[in-house]
Design a protein around this ligand. Sequence first.
Ligand code: CO
Length: 130
Amino acid sequence: MVEVDHIGIAVRSLEASRGFYEGLGLAVGPPETVEAEQVRVAMVPTGNGRVELLEATKEDSVIGRFLASRGEGMHHVALRVGDVDGEFARMKRDGIRVVSERVRVGAGGHRYFFVHPASTGGVLVEIVGR
Ligand code: CO
């Protein structure tokens, strides 16, 4: 079954943003730097799914440019699938606009790729494996 894995939110500062989630009684995980994406990530587990707080480590990075042009806000929705490689191949075959040139390994060792908003109803979608 495909499930919502997390909602990615671009923030200027993990430290400044965590208080809201902690106020809800949620535990904000330790920040993890993903060099390939030039982000520091903190996961906030919820009952089902997670919130992923994303802070840029460089201004000239995907999240840095997003913050500069649009400010803080929702960046992507991540859906978890059983066969991430199979979905990557299927989407490429079906002409769905896949942003990533290949499946990558991200925070926590999860494998993922991104799908362009033009193919998803206007939202950047991350497909993650189990
Ligand atoms: Co994500």
